[in-house]
Design a protein around this ligand. Structure first.
Ligand SMILES: NC(=O)c1ccc[n+]([C@@H]2O[C@H](COP(=O)([O-])OP(=O)(O)OC[C@H]3O[C@@H](n4cnc5c(N)ncnc54)[C@H](O)[C@@H]3O)[C@@H](O)[C@H]2O)c1
Length: 277
């Protein structure tokens, strides 16, 4: 992986969920943090499990980048306020916020419990609301900022994850509304909708049997490119949207999905026939 070219040189970024579920590979927050550090940003690595963010810190420091771990529960308003204060105290300001925390949960509107619904909306949506609530005033005060919200293709296509889909869809609505409300403050707000990428979190729920292997191959084959996607693919998109190269881009959702959203599923049937269970 080559060093960056300074696309966010001298900027300060907060990445929520900057650790990664343990296991080989990269989560999207971890990859985003590493990409931003490679591109010259100082990064506050926020995670409920600070030991996970420590691994991200190690990787950044090994490459000569600058970062700091901040343990926080981003569903808590007090923690979010403290997180923004920590970025300002440590690095002087906040230029970039990556709202990355999220976890899928399977269930229909009938079998999802109220507790599961609340848990999903808390984790996937409230975290975006609270982190932005405290970061936006810092950005607005200096008339510049970039927020990148990590949604999912589940916001746009049915997949039997009602609470997760609802939260991820609401993130897209928030993205547009925040872009509207804060554009004149110089703040850009965009979203990324990752497709069937493979991260340690996905591996941890897939297991390691033959069926898991089959599902992994299906994930890879379902897109137009027929290749696997990883946390890095999201991290590179974050790097672009966070940078001044995207200075005239706001209120959009960028799918990072190997073209899954661009195909009528039936048309993939001939390709998927090659995937044997
Ligand atoms: N993996 C996929 O296929 C996929 C697809 C679409 C979207 N996404 C989205 O990408 C994002 C990250 O996915 P991932 O696979 O890298 O997940 P991950 O679980 O590896 O990373 C998320 C990190 O967030 C941290 N975290 C969880 N709750 C927290 C809280 N309350 N406060 C602070 N930190 C908290 C976790 O400790 C973890 O380190 C999520 O928003 C997910 O919905 C993933």
């Amino acid at each position: 992986m080559p060093r960056g070219t300074g696309r966010v040189e001298g900027k300060v970024a907060i990445v929520t969920g900057a650790g990664s579920t343990p296991g080989p590979g990269m989560g999207t927050g971890k990859a985003s943090a590493v990409v931003l550090a490679r591109e010259g940003a100082s990064v506050l690595l926020v995670d409920l499990h600070p030991e996970r963010a420590e691994e991200t810190l190690q990787m950044i420091e090994d490459e000569g980048g600058k970062a700091k771990v901040f343990g926080a529960d981003v569903t808590s308003a007090a923690d979010c306020e403290a997180m923004v204060d920590a970025a300002v105290d440590t690095f002087g300001t906040v230029d970039i916020l990556v709202n990355n925390i999220g976890l899928a949960s399977v269930g229909t509107v009938v079998d999802t419990t109220e507790q599961a619904w609340d848990r999903s909306l808390n984790l996937n949506l409230r975290t975006v609301f609270l982190a932005s609530k405290y970061a936006v005033p810092v950005m607005a005060a200096k008339g510049a900022g970039s927020i990148v919200n990590i949604s999912s293709i589940s916001a746009l296509r049915g997949d039997g994850t009602i609470a997760y889909s609802a939260a991820k869809g609401a993130i897209l609505a928030m993205t547009v509304d925040m872009a509207y409300s804060h554009g004149r403050d110089g703040i850009r707000v965009n979203a990324i909708a990752p497709g069937h990428i493979t991260t340690p979190m996905v591996n941890s729920v897939s297991g390691q049997d033959a069926a898991a292997d089959f599902r992994t191959r299906l994930r890879n084959e379902a897109g137009l490119l027929g290749t696997p996607g990883t946390g890095w693919d999201v991290g590179w998109a974050v790097g672009y949207l966070a940078s001044d190269e995207a200075r005239w881009v706001t209120g959009v959702t960028l799918p990072v999905d190997s073209g899954v959203l661009s195909v009528t599923p039936l048309m993939m049937a001939p390709h998927l026939r090659g995937v044997q269970e």
